[in-house]
Design a protein around this ligand. Structure first.
Ligand code: 5AD
Ligand code: SF4
Length: 467
Protein backbone atom coordinates (compact mmCIF):
# COMPACT_ATOMS: atom_id res chain seq x y z
CA UNK A 1 0.00 0.00 0.00
CA UNK A 2 1.34 3.36 -0.85
CA UNK A 3 0.59 6.98 -1.62
CA UNK A 4 0.32 6.97 -5.38
CA UNK A 5 -2.79 9.02 -5.78
CA UNK A 6 -0.79 11.75 -7.48
CA UNK A 7 -0.31 9.36 -10.38
CA UNK A 8 -3.93 8.45 -10.72
CA UNK A 9 -6.86 10.76 -11.43
CA UNK A 10 -9.51 10.63 -8.71
CA UNK A 11 -12.42 8.94 -10.42
CA UNK A 12 -15.02 9.92 -7.84
CA UNK A 13 -16.01 13.37 -8.92
CA UNK A 14 -18.52 13.32 -11.72
CA UNK A 15 -20.49 16.37 -12.65
CA UNK A 16 -23.69 16.52 -10.66
CA UNK A 17 -26.42 17.07 -13.17
CA UNK A 18 -29.57 16.31 -11.20
CA UNK A 19 -30.07 19.72 -9.66
CA UNK A 20 -32.51 18.71 -6.94
CA UNK A 21 -30.55 15.71 -5.79
CA UNK A 22 -28.53 15.82 -2.59
CA UNK A 23 -24.86 16.24 -3.34
CA UNK A 24 -21.89 14.55 -1.73
CA UNK A 25 -18.27 15.65 -1.91
CA UNK A 26 -15.80 12.90 -1.02
CA UNK A 27 -12.26 14.03 -0.27
CA UNK A 28 -9.82 11.15 -0.51
CA UNK A 29 -6.55 11.02 1.39
CA UNK A 30 -3.82 8.37 1.16
CA UNK A 31 -3.54 5.21 -0.87
CA UNK A 32 -5.34 3.74 -3.89
CA UNK A 33 -7.42 1.57 -1.59
CA UNK A 34 -9.02 4.75 -0.29
CA UNK A 35 -9.61 5.93 -3.87
CA UNK A 36 -11.44 2.66 -4.54
CA UNK A 37 -13.40 2.91 -1.28
CA UNK A 38 -14.46 6.48 -2.12
CA UNK A 39 -15.89 5.29 -5.42
CA UNK A 40 -17.81 2.51 -3.66
CA UNK A 41 -19.11 4.95 -1.03
CA UNK A 42 -20.36 7.07 -3.91
CA UNK A 43 -22.16 3.94 -5.19
CA UNK A 44 -23.73 3.30 -1.77
CA UNK A 45 -24.97 6.89 -1.62
CA UNK A 46 -26.15 6.98 -5.24
CA UNK A 47 -28.74 4.38 -4.36
CA UNK A 48 -30.04 6.91 -1.78
CA UNK A 49 -30.33 9.58 -4.47
CA UNK A 50 -27.01 11.37 -3.87
CA UNK A 51 -24.90 12.61 -6.77
CA UNK A 52 -21.20 13.35 -6.42
CA UNK A 53 -19.78 16.83 -6.74
CA UNK A 54 -16.20 18.02 -6.77
CA UNK A 55 -16.41 20.92 -4.33
CA UNK A 56 -17.31 21.08 -0.64
CA UNK A 57 -19.11 24.43 -1.25
CA UNK A 58 -21.59 22.70 -3.52
CA UNK A 59 -22.21 19.71 -1.23
CA UNK A 60 -24.90 18.78 1.31
CA UNK A 61 -22.66 16.03 2.64
CA UNK A 62 -18.87 16.11 2.92
CA UNK A 63 -17.00 12.87 3.59
CA UNK A 64 -13.32 12.87 4.46
CA UNK A 65 -11.96 9.44 3.56
CA UNK A 66 -8.86 9.50 5.68
CA UNK A 67 -5.37 8.04 5.99
CA UNK A 68 -3.58 7.25 9.24
CA UNK A 69 -0.29 5.94 7.90
CA UNK A 70 1.86 8.85 9.07
CA UNK A 71 1.22 11.55 11.65
CA UNK A 72 1.00 14.31 9.06
CA UNK A 73 -1.73 12.46 7.17
CA UNK A 74 -3.92 12.36 10.31
CA UNK A 75 -3.16 16.03 11.16
CA UNK A 76 -4.42 17.10 7.74
CA UNK A 77 -7.82 15.63 8.59
CA UNK A 78 -8.19 17.69 11.76
CA UNK A 79 -7.28 20.92 10.00
CA UNK A 80 -9.78 20.14 7.23
CA UNK A 81 -12.41 19.51 9.92
CA UNK A 82 -11.69 22.95 11.39
CA UNK A 83 -12.48 24.58 8.04
CA UNK A 84 -15.60 22.47 7.60
CA UNK A 85 -16.86 23.45 11.06
CA UNK A 86 -16.83 27.12 9.99
CA UNK A 87 -18.55 26.27 6.73
CA UNK A 88 -21.22 24.31 8.59
CA UNK A 89 -21.90 27.28 10.92
CA UNK A 90 -22.38 29.62 7.95
CA UNK A 91 -24.68 27.12 6.26
CA UNK A 92 -26.77 26.56 9.35
CA UNK A 93 -27.12 30.33 9.79
CA UNK A 94 -28.66 30.38 6.29
CA UNK A 95 -30.98 27.50 7.27
CA UNK A 96 -29.19 24.99 5.01
CA UNK A 97 -27.87 21.56 5.88
CA UNK A 98 -24.26 20.45 5.78
CA UNK A 99 -23.51 17.00 7.10
CA UNK A 100 -19.95 15.92 7.77
CA UNK A 101 -18.59 12.40 7.92
CA UNK A 102 -15.16 10.96 8.61
CA UNK A 103 -14.42 7.59 7.02
CA UNK A 104 -11.31 5.47 6.44
CA UNK A 105 -8.37 4.71 8.68
CA UNK A 106 -8.44 7.77 10.99
CA UNK A 107 -12.10 6.95 11.63
CA UNK A 108 -11.15 3.38 12.50
CA UNK A 109 -8.22 4.37 14.71
CA UNK A 110 -9.79 7.31 16.56
CA UNK A 111 -13.53 6.55 16.58
CA UNK A 112 -15.34 8.53 19.34
CA UNK A 113 -12.27 10.74 19.80
CA UNK A 114 -13.12 12.44 16.50
CA UNK A 115 -16.55 13.45 17.85
CA UNK A 116 -14.89 14.85 20.97
CA UNK A 117 -12.29 16.83 19.02
CA UNK A 118 -14.60 18.06 16.31
CA UNK A 119 -18.14 19.16 17.18
CA UNK A 120 -19.12 19.47 13.51
CA UNK A 121 -18.80 15.75 12.70
CA UNK A 122 -22.06 13.81 12.31
CA UNK A 123 -20.84 10.34 11.39
CA UNK A 124 -17.63 8.33 11.82
CA UNK A 125 -17.47 5.16 9.74
CA UNK A 126 -14.60 2.66 9.45
CA UNK A 127 -13.30 1.00 6.27
CA UNK A 128 -15.25 -2.21 6.93
CA UNK A 129 -18.66 -0.62 7.50
CA UNK A 130 -19.13 2.01 4.81
CA UNK A 131 -21.90 -0.03 3.15
CA UNK A 132 -23.93 1.11 6.18
CA UNK A 133 -23.41 4.82 5.39
CA UNK A 134 -27.02 5.41 4.26
CA UNK A 135 -28.41 4.09 7.58
CA UNK A 136 -25.84 6.08 9.57
CA UNK A 137 -26.84 9.27 7.75
CA UNK A 138 -30.52 8.62 8.46
CA UNK A 139 -29.75 8.25 12.17
CA UNK A 140 -27.60 11.40 12.09
CA UNK A 141 -30.42 13.33 10.47
CA UNK A 142 -32.56 12.41 13.48
CA UNK A 143 -29.98 14.09 15.71
CA UNK A 144 -27.73 11.17 16.67
CA UNK A 145 -23.94 11.38 16.27
CA UNK A 146 -23.00 7.99 14.86
CA UNK A 147 -19.78 6.02 15.26
CA UNK A 148 -19.70 2.71 13.37
CA UNK A 149 -16.22 1.20 13.36
CA UNK A 150 -17.00 -2.46 14.07
CA UNK A 151 -15.44 -5.11 11.92
CA UNK A 152 -18.79 -5.96 10.31
CA UNK A 153 -19.73 -9.63 10.33
CA UNK A 154 -21.34 -9.27 6.92
CA UNK A 155 -19.17 -8.75 3.84
CA UNK A 156 -19.48 -5.10 2.79
CA UNK A 157 -18.88 -5.97 -0.87
CA UNK A 158 -22.01 -8.15 -0.88
CA UNK A 159 -24.01 -5.14 0.31
CA UNK A 160 -22.71 -2.47 -2.05
CA UNK A 161 -24.82 -1.69 -5.10
CA UNK A 162 -23.18 -2.15 -8.51
CA UNK A 163 -23.47 1.01 -10.64
CA UNK A 164 -24.79 0.78 -14.18
CA UNK A 165 -22.50 0.67 -17.22
CA UNK A 166 -22.78 4.36 -18.01
CA UNK A 167 -21.63 5.34 -14.53
CA UNK A 168 -18.71 2.88 -14.59
CA UNK A 169 -17.58 4.12 -18.01
CA UNK A 170 -17.86 7.79 -16.92
CA UNK A 171 -15.11 7.04 -14.39
CA UNK A 172 -12.63 6.21 -17.11
CA UNK A 173 -11.07 3.28 -18.93
CA UNK A 174 -8.91 2.20 -16.00
CA UNK A 175 -10.26 0.94 -12.73
CA UNK A 176 -9.17 -0.30 -9.35
CA UNK A 177 -10.54 -3.55 -7.98
CA UNK A 178 -9.91 -4.44 -4.35
CA UNK A 179 -9.15 -8.15 -4.02
CA UNK A 180 -7.65 -8.24 -0.55
CA UNK A 181 -7.75 -6.10 2.56
CA UNK A 182 -5.83 -5.92 5.80
CA UNK A 183 -2.43 -7.26 6.69
CA UNK A 184 -0.93 -9.90 8.99
CA UNK A 185 2.69 -8.90 8.49
CA UNK A 186 2.93 -6.48 11.43
CA UNK A 187 5.88 -4.41 10.29
CA UNK A 188 6.80 -2.61 13.49
CA UNK A 189 6.31 0.90 12.06
CA UNK A 190 2.92 0.31 10.46
CA UNK A 191 -0.65 0.99 11.59
CA UNK A 192 -2.33 -0.97 8.79
CA UNK A 193 -2.81 -4.25 10.72
CA UNK A 194 -4.64 -2.20 13.36
CA UNK A 195 -6.72 0.09 11.13
CA UNK A 196 -7.53 -2.33 8.31
CA UNK A 197 -7.49 -5.48 10.41
CA UNK A 198 -6.16 -8.91 9.60
CA UNK A 199 -5.71 -10.20 6.08
CA UNK A 200 -8.92 -11.07 4.22
CA UNK A 201 -9.11 -12.16 0.58
CA UNK A 202 -12.25 -11.60 -1.47
CA UNK A 203 -13.62 -14.80 -3.02
CA UNK A 204 -12.67 -15.57 -6.61
CA UNK A 205 -16.25 -15.54 -7.92
CA UNK A 206 -16.86 -12.04 -6.51
CA UNK A 207 -13.66 -10.73 -8.11
CA UNK A 208 -14.42 -12.29 -11.50
CA UNK A 209 -17.93 -10.91 -11.39
CA UNK A 210 -16.72 -7.38 -10.65
CA UNK A 211 -13.96 -7.60 -13.28
CA UNK A 212 -16.43 -8.81 -15.93
CA UNK A 213 -18.82 -5.97 -15.12
CA UNK A 214 -16.02 -3.40 -15.40
CA UNK A 215 -14.82 -4.77 -18.74
CA UNK A 216 -18.37 -5.04 -20.03
CA UNK A 217 -18.77 -1.32 -19.34
CA UNK A 218 -15.62 -0.47 -21.32
CA UNK A 219 -12.80 -0.62 -18.75
CA UNK A 220 -9.54 -1.69 -20.48
CA UNK A 221 -7.15 -1.81 -17.53
CA UNK A 222 -7.71 -3.15 -14.02
CA UNK A 223 -5.36 -2.64 -11.09
CA UNK A 224 -5.91 -5.22 -8.37
CA UNK A 225 -5.59 -3.66 -4.95
CA UNK A 226 -4.72 -4.90 -1.51
CA UNK A 227 -2.61 -3.70 1.39
CA UNK A 228 -0.72 -6.93 0.87
CA UNK A 229 -2.14 -7.85 -2.52
CA UNK A 230 0.15 -10.76 -3.25
CA UNK A 231 -1.04 -12.47 -0.07
CA UNK A 232 -4.35 -12.95 -1.92
CA UNK A 233 -5.50 -16.56 -1.78
CA UNK A 234 -8.69 -18.32 -2.69
CA UNK A 235 -10.28 -21.49 -3.93
CA UNK A 236 -9.73 -21.82 -7.65
CA UNK A 237 -12.20 -22.87 -10.32
CA UNK A 238 -10.71 -26.37 -10.12
CA UNK A 239 -11.16 -26.50 -6.33
CA UNK A 240 -7.44 -26.13 -5.64
CA UNK A 241 -5.87 -23.37 -3.62
CA UNK A 242 -5.05 -20.31 -5.75
CA UNK A 243 -2.66 -17.42 -5.22
CA UNK A 244 -2.43 -14.06 -6.94
CA UNK A 245 -0.51 -15.55 -9.90
CA UNK A 246 -3.36 -17.96 -10.62
CA UNK A 247 -5.87 -15.14 -10.31
CA UNK A 248 -3.93 -13.07 -12.85
CA UNK A 249 -3.82 -15.96 -15.35
CA UNK A 250 -7.61 -16.27 -15.05
CA UNK A 251 -8.28 -12.52 -15.34
CA UNK A 252 -6.04 -12.31 -18.41
CA UNK A 253 -8.55 -14.57 -20.18
CA UNK A 254 -11.34 -11.96 -20.01
CA UNK A 255 -11.88 -10.75 -23.59
CA UNK A 256 -11.41 -6.99 -23.88
CA UNK A 257 -9.33 -6.67 -20.72
CA UNK A 258 -6.09 -5.38 -22.19
CA UNK A 259 -4.04 -4.55 -19.12
CA UNK A 260 -3.58 -5.81 -15.59
CA UNK A 261 -1.60 -4.41 -12.68
CA UNK A 262 -1.52 -5.08 -8.96
CA UNK A 263 -0.33 -3.24 -5.89
CA UNK A 264 1.03 -3.31 -3.15
CA UNK A 265 3.15 -6.41 -2.72
CA UNK A 266 5.32 -7.80 0.03
CA UNK A 267 8.63 -9.43 -0.98
CA UNK A 268 7.83 -12.53 1.11
CA UNK A 269 4.71 -13.25 -0.97
CA UNK A 270 6.32 -13.03 -4.45
CA UNK A 271 5.92 -16.73 -5.22
CA UNK A 272 7.03 -18.64 -8.33
CA UNK A 273 3.59 -18.61 -9.92
CA UNK A 274 3.39 -14.83 -9.66
CA UNK A 275 6.83 -14.46 -11.23
CA UNK A 276 5.75 -16.87 -14.00
CA UNK A 277 2.71 -14.68 -14.61
CA UNK A 278 5.10 -11.79 -15.32
CA UNK A 279 6.91 -14.01 -17.80
CA UNK A 280 3.81 -15.35 -19.56
CA UNK A 281 1.02 -12.78 -19.52
CA UNK A 282 1.09 -10.05 -22.14
CA UNK A 283 -1.71 -8.26 -20.29
CA UNK A 284 0.28 -8.08 -17.07
CA UNK A 285 2.14 -4.79 -17.29
CA UNK A 286 5.89 -4.84 -16.67
CA UNK A 287 5.77 -2.71 -13.54
CA UNK A 288 6.09 -3.86 -9.96
CA UNK A 289 5.77 -1.88 -6.77
CA UNK A 290 7.77 -3.89 -4.26
CA UNK A 291 8.60 -1.94 -1.09
CA UNK A 292 11.84 -2.75 0.66
CA UNK A 293 11.81 0.07 3.27
CA UNK A 294 15.52 -0.14 4.17
CA UNK A 295 18.83 -1.66 3.09
CA UNK A 296 20.35 -2.68 6.43
CA UNK A 297 19.65 -6.19 7.70
CA UNK A 298 19.58 -5.00 11.30
CA UNK A 299 16.98 -2.34 10.48
CA UNK A 300 14.96 -4.76 8.35
CA UNK A 301 14.88 -7.17 11.29
CA UNK A 302 13.86 -4.42 13.72
CA UNK A 303 11.12 -3.48 11.23
CA UNK A 304 10.00 -7.14 11.21
CA UNK A 305 10.20 -7.21 7.43
CA UNK A 306 11.12 -10.93 7.45
CA UNK A 307 13.73 -10.69 4.67
CA UNK A 308 17.30 -9.50 4.29
CA UNK A 309 18.62 -6.99 1.76
CA UNK A 310 20.38 -9.82 -0.05
CA UNK A 311 17.15 -11.87 -0.32
CA UNK A 312 15.35 -8.84 -1.76
CA UNK A 313 18.08 -8.27 -4.36
CA UNK A 314 18.05 -11.99 -5.34
CA UNK A 315 14.28 -11.81 -5.70
CA UNK A 316 14.56 -8.80 -8.01
CA UNK A 317 17.09 -10.73 -10.10
CA UNK A 318 14.63 -13.62 -10.50
CA UNK A 319 11.82 -11.25 -11.46
CA UNK A 320 14.05 -9.49 -13.99
CA UNK A 321 15.13 -12.82 -15.44
CA UNK A 322 11.45 -13.64 -16.00
CA UNK A 323 10.53 -10.20 -17.38
CA UNK A 324 13.62 -8.24 -18.41
CA UNK A 325 11.80 -4.97 -19.17
CA UNK A 326 10.08 -4.77 -15.79
CA UNK A 327 10.24 -1.37 -14.06
CA UNK A 328 10.55 -1.38 -10.29
CA UNK A 329 9.07 0.91 -7.74
CA UNK A 330 9.67 0.92 -4.00
CA UNK A 331 8.79 2.46 -0.65
CA UNK A 332 11.52 3.59 1.73
CA UNK A 333 11.62 4.80 5.31
CA UNK A 334 14.58 6.78 6.63
CA UNK A 335 15.33 7.28 10.31
CA UNK A 336 13.70 4.18 11.77
CA UNK A 337 14.59 4.17 15.52
CA UNK A 338 18.27 3.39 16.00
CA UNK A 339 19.21 3.73 12.31
CA UNK A 340 22.88 4.73 12.17
CA UNK A 341 24.64 6.64 9.37
CA UNK A 342 26.22 3.39 8.16
CA UNK A 343 22.84 1.64 8.14
CA UNK A 344 21.35 4.48 6.12
CA UNK A 345 24.26 4.13 3.66
CA UNK A 346 23.12 0.51 3.21
CA UNK A 347 19.77 1.82 1.93
CA UNK A 348 21.60 3.98 -0.64
CA UNK A 349 23.68 0.97 -1.67
CA UNK A 350 20.60 -1.16 -2.15
CA UNK A 351 18.99 1.55 -4.29
CA UNK A 352 22.18 1.72 -6.41
CA UNK A 353 22.05 -2.05 -6.89
CA UNK A 354 18.35 -2.35 -7.72
CA UNK A 355 17.78 0.85 -9.79
CA UNK A 356 14.21 2.08 -9.37
CA UNK A 357 11.99 3.68 -12.00
CA UNK A 358 9.62 5.12 -9.39
CA UNK A 359 9.63 5.46 -5.63
CA UNK A 360 7.97 6.77 -2.49
CA UNK A 361 10.15 7.69 0.44
CA UNK A 362 9.31 8.94 3.91
CA UNK A 363 10.78 10.02 7.22
CA UNK A 364 9.88 7.54 9.92
CA UNK A 365 6.78 8.77 11.73
CA UNK A 366 6.01 7.40 15.18
CA UNK A 367 2.57 5.78 15.24
CA UNK A 368 1.08 5.25 18.69
CA UNK A 369 0.19 1.62 19.31
CA UNK A 370 2.83 0.19 16.98
CA UNK A 371 5.91 -1.60 18.38
CA UNK A 372 8.17 1.02 16.73
CA UNK A 373 6.71 3.70 18.99
CA UNK A 374 8.03 1.83 22.06
CA UNK A 375 11.62 1.81 20.83
CA UNK A 376 14.13 4.20 22.36
CA UNK A 377 16.78 5.89 20.24
CA UNK A 378 14.44 7.86 17.99
CA UNK A 379 16.43 9.57 15.23
CA UNK A 380 16.59 13.38 15.36
CA UNK A 381 14.32 15.23 12.93
CA UNK A 382 17.24 17.05 11.20
CA UNK A 383 19.03 13.76 10.64
CA UNK A 384 15.90 12.23 9.12
CA UNK A 385 15.44 15.30 6.90
CA UNK A 386 19.02 15.17 5.68
CA UNK A 387 18.85 11.42 4.96
CA UNK A 388 15.56 11.81 3.11
CA UNK A 389 17.03 14.55 0.95
CA UNK A 390 20.01 12.38 -0.02
CA UNK A 391 17.85 9.34 -0.71
CA UNK A 392 15.34 11.30 -2.76
CA UNK A 393 18.09 12.90 -4.84
CA UNK A 394 19.36 9.44 -5.76
CA UNK A 395 15.87 8.07 -6.45
CA UNK A 396 14.97 11.08 -8.58
CA UNK A 397 18.17 10.65 -10.60
CA UNK A 398 17.21 7.02 -11.25
CA UNK A 399 13.65 7.99 -12.18
CA UNK A 400 14.93 10.53 -14.74
CA UNK A 401 17.46 8.04 -16.09
CA UNK A 402 14.67 5.54 -16.55
CA UNK A 403 12.53 8.12 -18.37
CA UNK A 404 15.50 9.05 -20.61
CA UNK A 405 16.05 5.38 -21.42
CA UNK A 406 12.54 5.30 -22.89
CA UNK A 407 13.33 7.94 -25.53
CA UNK A 408 13.43 6.38 -29.00
CA UNK A 409 11.44 3.32 -27.93
CA UNK A 410 8.27 2.27 -29.72
CA UNK A 411 5.65 1.28 -27.18
CA UNK A 412 1.91 0.78 -26.78
CA UNK A 413 0.02 3.30 -24.68
CA UNK A 414 -3.54 3.16 -23.38
CA UNK A 415 -5.28 6.48 -24.08
CA UNK A 416 -6.89 7.63 -20.83
CA UNK A 417 -7.93 11.27 -21.05
CA UNK A 418 -7.81 14.48 -23.08
CA UNK A 419 -4.56 16.47 -22.97
CA UNK A 420 -4.15 20.22 -22.49
CA UNK A 421 -3.90 21.00 -26.21
CA UNK A 422 -6.71 20.31 -28.68
CA UNK A 423 -6.23 16.92 -30.32
CA UNK A 424 -3.74 15.93 -27.66
CA UNK A 425 -4.50 12.86 -25.58
CA UNK A 426 -2.78 11.51 -22.51
CA UNK A 427 -1.99 7.85 -22.41
CA UNK A 428 -0.26 5.52 -19.98
CA UNK A 429 2.92 3.62 -20.78
CA UNK A 430 3.35 0.00 -19.68
CA UNK A 431 5.58 1.46 -16.92
CA UNK A 432 2.84 3.74 -15.57
CA UNK A 433 4.22 6.98 -17.02
CA UNK A 434 1.89 9.61 -18.49
CA UNK A 435 2.49 10.02 -22.22
CA UNK A 436 1.33 13.08 -24.21
CA UNK A 437 0.56 12.44 -27.86
CA UNK A 438 -1.27 14.05 -30.78
CA UNK A 439 -3.80 11.39 -31.64
CA UNK A 440 -6.53 12.92 -33.77
CA UNK A 441 -8.24 9.83 -35.09
CA UNK A 442 -8.00 7.86 -31.85
CA UNK A 443 -10.24 7.84 -28.85
CA UNK A 444 -9.96 7.30 -25.14
CA UNK A 445 -9.75 3.59 -24.46
CA UNK A 446 -7.69 2.85 -27.59
CA UNK A 447 -4.27 1.30 -27.31
CA UNK A 448 -1.97 2.87 -29.88
CA UNK A 449 1.68 2.53 -30.86
CA UNK A 450 3.87 5.55 -30.29
CA UNK A 451 7.52 6.48 -30.41
CA UNK A 452 8.79 8.29 -27.31
CA UNK A 453 10.46 11.51 -28.43
CA UNK A 454 11.12 13.39 -25.20
CA UNK A 455 10.72 13.62 -21.44
CA UNK A 456 9.08 16.25 -19.24
CA UNK A 457 9.16 16.64 -15.45
CA UNK A 458 6.47 14.01 -14.84
CA UNK A 459 5.60 12.69 -18.25
CA UNK A 460 6.82 11.58 -21.64
CA UNK A 461 6.15 13.03 -25.10
CA UNK A 462 5.44 10.77 -28.02
CA UNK A 463 4.54 10.74 -31.68
CA UNK A 464 2.04 8.36 -33.11
CA UNK A 465 3.26 5.68 -35.48
CA UNK A 466 1.21 3.38 -37.66
CA UNK A 467 2.02 -0.28 -37.35
N1 5AD B 1 6.46 6.20 9.06
C1 5AD B 1 6.89 6.47 7.81
N2 5AD B 1 6.48 5.81 6.73
C2 5AD B 1 5.59 4.80 6.91
N3 5AD B 1 5.02 3.97 6.04
C3 5AD B 1 4.19 3.16 6.72
N4 5AD B 1 4.22 3.46 8.03
C4 5AD B 1 5.09 4.47 8.17
C5 5AD B 1 5.57 5.20 9.29
N5 5AD B 1 5.17 4.93 10.52
C6 5AD B 1 5.33 3.95 4.62
C7 5AD B 1 5.95 2.62 4.20
C8 5AD B 1 4.81 1.97 3.48
C9 5AD B 1 4.11 3.16 2.87
C10 5AD B 1 2.70 2.93 2.49
O1 5AD B 1 4.15 4.13 3.88
O2 5AD B 1 7.02 2.89 3.32
O3 5AD B 1 5.24 1.03 2.50
FE1 SF4 C 1 2.09 -2.24 6.81
FE2 SF4 C 1 4.05 -4.06 6.57
FE3 SF4 C 1 1.49 -4.78 6.19
FE4 SF4 C 1 2.71 -3.21 4.38
S1 SF4 C 1 3.30 -5.34 4.91
S2 SF4 C 1 0.64 -2.92 5.24
S3 SF4 C 1 4.03 -1.96 5.66
S4 SF4 C 1 2.38 -4.08 8.11
Amino acid sequence: MTDQTALIPNPVAQAADRTNARKVFIKTYGCQMNVYDSVRMGDALASEGYVTTDTAEDADLVLLNTCHIREKAADKVYSALGRLRDMKKERNAEGRELMIGVTGCVAQAEGEEILRRSSAVDVVIGPQTYHRLPQALKRARQGERVVDTDYAVEDKFEHLPVPDKKVIRSRGVTSFLTVQEGCDKFCTFCVVPYTRGSEVSRPLAQILDEANKLVDAGVREITLLGQNVNAWHGTGLDGSSWGLGDLLYRLAEIPGLARLRYTTSHPRDMDDRLIEAHRDLRALMPYLHLPVQAGSDRVLKAMNRRHTAEEYVRLIERIRAARPDIALSGDFIVGFPGETDAEFEDTLKLVETVRYAQSFSFKYSTRPGTPGAELGSQVAEEVKAERLERLQALLLKQQLEFAESCVGKVIDILLEKPGRMPEQLIGRSPWLQSVNVDAKSSQIGDIISVRIVGTGPNSLFAERIER
